[in-house]
Write a protein that binds this ligand. Structure first.
Ligand SMILES: C[S@@+](CC[C@H](N)C(=O)[O-])C[C@H]1O[C@@H](n2cnc3c(N)ncnc32)[C@H](O)[C@@H]1O
Length: 324
């Protein structure tokens, strides 16, 4: 994409931009908006009904002190296209906030699998046609509650399960929570939570066997604010990852690697995992795993824009294509 969308906000880094009551205000706003109530939406297609909720969230976010940290409609649309093309049946989202990406991406899952209902048991031997679902991990109960309201209004709720809690502990217990049999992996993962946990959590997902050949991982915000550590893991070869895991344990937190010059985004971080990928951050609540270094990813950037500040950003899309 070469043309930036209109700008609604000044950059918000360094100021309060969530958790000041705006998410509760959004929930109230959505519940009161006449255009979103069932009388007004029951005759609409799933796409039109869900789009009304996305537009309402987006409009709300244009207000003063109302910035919402959602994936937005440029990067979001690109990911929707990817889902429409690949038709994944089991998608995990890490970091749900008020549900914008959850609505965008789960409606594509429902378009591809219209009978999808979130199943009680994924391993059941019965018909697999309706075994499809969108799992949301969100740390904040307040944000998860707003997201749940948005999912209900958008008509996507039957295929969604929201799990409240820290991502690393939720990932560790995910196989049991979902009733997944040994060997079953996720089809798609969307990482959009606290940035320095991306590499911890992808390694946990690998070690739990939830990433396998065919799984696609989409990681948001790899340019703004950037995530060199994560990129260095998904862009590393199995040999580089194995060598990194054999290094002596770190005794102090390594310095944060800065972002590269913008001309080098696509080519940077291909010399093996950075030391940050081996550091245990307190936010992981004591959970860590070596990952599965044998997995081979085909990884590239999908460019886009922050929906409100007009700043350039991108998702890294990494497809697991083999084992070495
Ligand atoms: C950028 S927002 C997600 C935006 C959302 N994916 C969208 O596009 O609409 C990041 C979210 O991650 C959540 N979060 C932060 N750390 C987390 C953690 N360790 N586990 C789960 N969620 C976390 C935050 O509470 C916040 O709601």
């Amino acid at each position: 994409m070469t043309t930036a969308p209109p700008k609604y906000h000044e950059p918000v880094q360094g100021t309060i931009f969530h958790g000041d009551g705006r998410e509760e205000a959004l929930q109230k706003h959505l519940l009161q908006l006449p255009a979103l109530q069932s009388d007004a939406t029951k005759h609409l297609s799933l796409f039109d009904r869900s789009q009304r909720v996305l537009d309402a969230i987006h409009e709300f976010g244009k207000g003063a002190n109302r910035y919402l940290m959602s994936v937005g409609d440029t990067k979001g649309k690109q990911v929707e296209e990817l889902i429409a093309k690949r038709k994944p049946k089991l998608i995990l989202e890490v970091g749900t906030y008020v549900g914008y990406s959850g609505i965008s991406f789960s409606r594509q899952l429902l378009e591809a699998h219209p009978d999808a209902t979130y199943p009680a048991d994924w391993s059941s031997s019965g018909s697999s046609s309706n075994r499809a679902g969108y799992i949301c991990l969100e740390k904040s109960e307040v944000y998860a509650s707003t997201a749940q309201t948005a999912f209900e209004l958008a008509g996507v709720v039957k295929a969604i399960k929201v799990l409240v809690g820290g991502s690393s502990s939720s990932i560790k217990s995910l196989r049991d929570a979902l009733g997944l049999s040994k060997g079953q992996a996720l089809d798609m993962i969307f990482l959009d939570h606290v940035k320095f946990l991306y590499s911890t959590d992808i390694k946990l997902l690998e070690s739990e066997g939830l990433i396998d050949i065919g799984t696609v991982i989409v990681a948001d915000n790899v340019v703004k604010p950037g995530n060199p550590a994560y990129l260095s893991w998904v862009r590393a070869t199995p040999a580089q990852k194995k060598a990194s895991l054999n290094k002596p344990a770190l005794t102090e937190q390594p310095e944060t690697t800065p972002n590269p010059p913008s001309s080098e985004w696509s080519t940077a971080f291909r010399d093996g995992p950075l030391d940050e990928t081996r550091w245990a951050f307190p936010e992981a609540e004591g959970y860590s795993a070596p990952g599965d270094p044998s997995l081979v990813y085909k990884s590239s950037m999908l460019g886009g824009w922050d929906p409100y500040t007009q700043e350039e950003d991108a998702c890294e899309v990494s497809e697991c294509v083999g084992r070495e």
